[in-house]
Design a protein around this ligand. Structure first.
Ligand SMILES: Nc1ncnc2c1ncn2[C@@H]1O[C@H](COP(=O)(O)OP(=O)(O)OP(=O)(O)O)[C@@H](O)[C@H]1O
Ligand SMILES: Nc1nc2c(ncn2[C@@H]2O[C@H](COP(=O)(O)O)[C@@H](O)[C@H]2O)c(=O)[nH]1
Length: 194
């Protein structure tokens, strides 16, 4: 397992109910802050239109993912929406060992696990949708989910919103530019503190 104290790169975790805008904000923040790289997770879920292997995710079969779990290949992993999601140990080490910071897009439980593994070296940001109604509109607008998946994501959103006060910072993603500005300022400040 990674020994957090030996690494130079820091970990920034974004969590939010699915559809809030984590990926959208992450992409914009990555363009604004130097020396930071997106953490590409592994998942067993089906690739969406436009998604690319090794860019959005490493897409694994259930058997491949479960073998990696047995071999200690993840720093954290969770199962929800009928699929596995996990942060790869080797990719994490490659990034932070060379002093590059890492931006992770994780569910709330994954975020709590990262804090335990990297105390003092991680920042946990929770992004909130303006309301459940707006969240539903965004998920529908993305046209990525069928009825069943949409329902599961909205149900889980209520559970995830209950975790907000365990995070270091909470930002409401209402107007995108304002949210990006707020997140960029928070992350920059954290990274400038040695
Ligand atoms: N501030 C905003 N105002 C309006 N639409 C937004 C805003 N932020 C993001 N969106 C839109 O909402 C949809 C969901 O955003 P995104 O895919 O980034 O969410 P996510 O939190 O990463 O979801 P998931 O966890 O499922 O990957 C996208 O269509 C995106 O363009
Ligand atoms: N605990 C983890 N959660 C992860 C990881 N990678 C992504 N996620 C979270 O999954 C949901 C759903 O993602 P989607 O791409 O199917 O919409 C999202 O909220 C992510 O934050 C991971 O490695 N570990």
């Amino acid at each position: 397992m990674v020994d957090a104290l030996q690494h130079k790169g820091k970990l920034i975790v974004f969590s939010a109910p699915s559809g809030t805008g984590k990926s959208t904000i992450a992409t914009m923040v990555l363009e604004r802050i130097p020396n930071i790289q997106f953490s590409v997770s592994a998942t067993t879920r089906t690739k969406r239109a436009g998604e690319q292997e090794g860019v959005n995710y490493y897409f694994l079969t259930r058997e491949e993912f479960e073998e990696k779990i047995r071999n200690g290949g993840f720093i954290e992993h969770e199962f929800f929406f009928g699929n596995h999601y996990g942060t790869l140990l080797d990719k994490t080490e490659q990034i932070i060992d060379r002093g590059t910071h890492m931006l992770l897009d994780l569910d709330v439980k994954g975020a709590m696990n990262v804090r335990q593994l990297f105390p003092g070296n991680s920042l946990l940001l929770f992004l909130k949708p303006p309301s459940i109604e707006v969240l539903e509109e965004r998920l529908k607008g993305r046209e990525s989910e069928d009825e069943e998946s949409l329902k599961a994501r909205l149900e889980r959103a209520r559970l995830e919103l209950g975790y907000a006060d365990r995070f270091d910072e909470v930002i409401v993603n209402d107007h995108l530019d304002d949210a990006v500005e707020a997140v960029t300022a928070i992350v920059s400040k954290f990274l400038s503190n040695t």
